[in-house]
Design a protein around this ligand. Structure first.
Ligand code: ANZ
Ligand code: ZN
Length: 821
């Protein structure tokens, strides 16, 4: 790496970039705008290898688009509310803000060293009152629309964090953050009505097809979980008031199997179970419910678990055939899916069959699928087939029977076609301190009263710290009496603030809009500014956000569209999921002791070498194994590229057209390939192409046309621009060594001469017995075999030869073929 001193280079350029304001959009309407966004970081400590990868990828896009002449918005900010800050504050007897803003200062310095081409003038913090004021304002708009509501229901409870969790935050039955098994707790909680948007969230995905990773779309589709079927109403005998019947609706995707229903199940924890149970079975149900409480939804639905349940002493009447089915309560039926009650068809549903076999309930096949009898095998039959034992449905194919059954119940007034979604409303309240307070006052006289907009923000008290923030099962805000007790905004009487704070996913559901007008004091975001910049053209972030953040943001955007606050319905046009950085094939972790410290890597190899390594290691969506890569190699390559610029520096440039044509071809080809590869997000291949070009130039300088050739200068300039996407310091240094005054950041993408992309060709002559019969355009470097094949395959030649026997073919590539027939 002779002469290449990355430390000196890193020291040389930051002030120049700051002076030139190269990363701020021009914003004068003279150019097409593009918005590139990396999922904003959580200020958990210092920058780590994961950030280094993700932000290197997003920066390639931002820097590339700038070179292509777009006006690029590439902002950055902080997702700065959340539990880690609060836990740290409890431990250190501090206020969460102290920890948070100290971390931000550290990380920001690292981001700047890492030379992310972000416009820092638009920096935002979700924990600033200037920001969360608008989070609260948005909550109030949702509330006004009936899209934010409170209900009492069993919710996911993390016993360690002592707070509720959204369904999306429960992973395999455990808290996604601390992995503690999640339990259920009945609580009065705030929800956003995302279920109202289930259909649109699903339908609008068609516009994302091809621009978002397919697996993310699949995960969202699955999470939304649209099922087509029917609601069918059963009468539960004697379960109504005064011994009358009570109607209970089930959701089924298989109304064709109505004749195969042999029992009826309600979710043990649904209120319904308690309401319909016969008095003599009530005690048994209560005991069973205690047992169910401790289980997670995942455990409850695990297929390998022994089925449990209790008979409720009631019977449900099948509306199609009048048959009486015993009613059970069981935990494999979930209270919050469908209607919380099912008709059980053990012959064709494995869960029902397992239950039937456990409790000796009858099994009746109603679809002949050609498979073996489920009652005998213990395996439910789920294939296609023809209906049997099913009255008027018998003889129909499954899909016809589904339609007919829906028709029958609809005609009888005992049911209807129904689409059901797995998606639940978004539980947004948290019993923790470090979040945006919910701007509602509870008044004994007026009920739920929104805090008037002009009183926003409802600020967090700043005198709570340390132990006072420790989780106690209710929000720490509840203990701040001065803060809690307020006059009711409606009647002026004594009232109390809502003491919960919002899920931090609320903060991140709209931050991409705030970047359009980050300092607006009169609005969450400015409609005109969002029109200019949004939707985001390229979003970059980890696949761990496939459901939570991305689904919530899509929901927010649709609500804001309906409120007339934005005029688009999808926030992110294109999404790139970068891979993870591994070490030795495993994710880096404390327990494995395989963590790699980013700062140390930067000190050793330099920023550019680390960035280049990240990008070169693999396609952006693949993982990078740090044990397999070579930052040293990257550094050597950068030194090699850098030396080219030093060699050319002393040779003043003239018209490149006068230069060596093979060097020119190589450069133009590389630039053209790079553009296509960048558009296809194959960043790693762009580096490979740049390396090839560097080799070509080095040869030309040392043993070809020499450093003074204008084609060499042109090619080295191309290298500097290509490198500016990944190695900003080195590229800037090269650019100035080449005699430029401005920044390489805005040098502009080199213009490609299409004529230089055409491969060299020559005309080959094909003779038959010495007479010229055809001429072929062939590559100048064609081999003998290829040329022979081309000649013999030519239409003209085949016609001329007819049936004549070929005795000999003489080939002199690339110019001559002589056929002796
Ligand atoms: C009768 C039936 C027969 C069913 C059959 C399936 C197969 P998806 O596709 O996920 O929407 N179900 C309904 N509500 C439920 C709940 N709360 N907890 C557990 N299971 C529930 O599944 C819909 C099917 O799951 C419904 O159709 C119902 O069982 C069951 F051969 O009804 B089916
Ligand atoms: Zn009041």
């Amino acid at each position: 790496t002779t002469g290449y001193d990355f430390r000196a280079i890193e020291a040389a350029w930051p002030s120049f970039w700051a002076e030139q304001q190269v990363y701020a959009p021009v914003d004068d309407g003279s150019r097409e705008r593009r918005y590139v966004l990396d999922m904003f970081p959580y200020p958990s400590g210092d920058l780590h290898m994961g950030h280094a990868e993700a932000f290197a990828m997003g920066d390639v896009v931002a820097r590339y688009w700038r070179q292509r002449g777009y006006d690029v918005l590439h902002p950055i900010g902080w997702d700065s509310f959340g539990l880690p800050a609060e836990n740290a504050a409890i431990k250190r007897d501090a206020h969460p803000a102290e920890w948070t803003y100290a971390n931000i200062a550290t990380q920001k310095a690292s981001f700047q060293r890492y030379a992310i081409s972000a416009d820092w003038s638009r920096e935002i913090h979700t924990s600033d009152p200037e920001y969360y004021r608008w989070t609260q304002w948005l909550f109030l708009q949702f509330h006004r629309k009936g899209l934010a509501y409170r209900k009492n229901s069993p919710v996911n409870w993390c016993p360690k964090d002592q707070t509720v969790l959204a369904n999306e935050q429960v992973v395999n039955g455990a808290c996604e953050r601390c992995h503690t098994p999640v339990t259920k707790k009945a609580l009065n909680q705030w929800y956003f009505k995302i279920t109202d948007y289930a259909d649109r969230l699903l339908e609008d995905m068609s516009a994302l097809e091809g621009h978002w990773p397919e697996r993310v779309l699949a995960m969202q589709r699955n999470w939304i979980g649209r099922s087509e079927g029917a609601h069918v109403r059963f009468a539960i005998e004697g379960a109504g008031e005064g011994g009358t019947d009570r109607e209970v609706t089930v959701f089924t995707t298989r109304p064709d199997t109505l004749y195969g229903a042999t029992f009826f199940v309600v979710a043990a924890d649904a209120e319904l179970a308690g309401e319909i149970v016969a008095p003599e079975h009530a005690e048994e149900l209560a005991a069973y419910r205690e047992q169910v409480k401790a289980l997670s939804d995942i455990e409850r639905q695990a297929t390998d678990r022994q089925k449990t349940g209790v008979f409720l002493g009631r019977h449900a009447v099948n509306p199609l055939n009048g048959e009486k089915l015993p009613v059970w309560a069981a935990d494999y039926v979930l209270a919050d899916y469908g209607t919380g009650a099912i008709m059980a068809v053990p012959a064709h549903d494995q869960r029902d069959l397992d239950f039937a076999r456990t409790f000796g309930l009858p099994v009746r096949a109603v679809l002949d699928t050609g498979e073996e009898d489920p009652a005998a095998t213990g395996t439910a039959t789920t294939g296609e087939g023809t209906l049997i034992n099913s009255g008027e449905l018998s003889g129909l194919e499954k899909t016809e029977a589904i339609e007919r059954a829906i028709g029958l119940v609809e005609a009888a007034g005992t049911g209807n076609r129904q689409v059901n979604f797995r998606l639940r409303d978004w539980l947004l309240s948290r019993q923790r301190f470090w979040g945006a307070p919910i701007p509602i006052v509870h008044c004994p006289a007026c009920g739920e009263v929104p805090v008037p907009e002009e009183q926003l923000p409802v600020r967090l008290p700043d005198d709570l710290r340390g132990e006072q923030l420790a989780p106690k099962g209710r929000s720490p805000l509840a203990a701040a009496e001065d803060w809690v007790n307020v006059a009711c905004p409606a009647c002026g009487g004594p009232a109390q603030r809502d003491t919960d704070t919002m899920d931090t996913f609320v903060d991140s559901s709209w931050y991409y809009l705030r970047f359009a007008s980050p300092n607006d004091e009169n609005a969450a975001f400015d409609l005109e500014e969002t029109r200019k910049w949004l939707p985001v053209d390229q979003y970059v972030g980890g696949v761990e956000h496939a459901i939570l953040h991305l689904l919530y943001s899509r929901f927010f955007t649709k609500v804001l569209f309906d409120l007339g606050l934005v005029d688009f319905t999808e926030p992110f046009k294109a999404l790139l999921n970068q891979g993870q950085v591994l070490n030795g094939g495993r994710a880096m972790s404390k327990s494995l002791g395989n963590g790699v410290d980013l700062g140390e890597q930067l000190d050793r190899f330099g920023v550019d070498a680390v960035r280049l390594t990240m990008v070169f290691a693999s396609p952006p969506e693949d993982d990078v194994d740090w044990a397999d890569v070579s930052p040293q190699g990257s550094q050597k390559f950068l030194a090699r590229a850098w030396r080219l610029a030093q060699d050319v520096a002393c040779a003043p440039g003239t018209d490149p057209a006068a230069g060596d044509v093979s060097v020119r071809r190589a450069a133009h080809r590389a630039v053209d390939d790079a553009a296509q590869l960048l558009d296809a997000a194959k960043f790693n291949v762009v580096i490979a192409k740049t390396m090839e070009l560097v080799n070509v130039i080095r040869k030309a300088i040392d043993s070809g046309c020499g450093p003074a050739d204008p084609a060499v200068r042109e090619a080295v300039e191309a290298v500097a621009v290509l490198l500016s996407l990944v190695a900003p310091y080195t590229a800037e240094d090269m650019w100035h060594a080449l005699g430029h005054e401005g920044s390489v950041v805005v040098a502009g993408w080199p213009e490609v001469d299409p004529q230089l992309l055409v491969d060299d060709t020559v005309t080959a002559v094909v003779q038959i017995k010495g007479k010229v019969r055809d001429r072929l355009e062939v590559p100048a470097d064609i081999g003998e075999d290829d040329l022979r094949e081309l000649a013999l395959g030519s239409e003209t030649i085949r016609r001329q030869l007819g049936d004549a026997e070929i005795r000999k073919v003489i080939v002199r590539a690339p110019k001559l073929v002589n056929i002796v027939a």
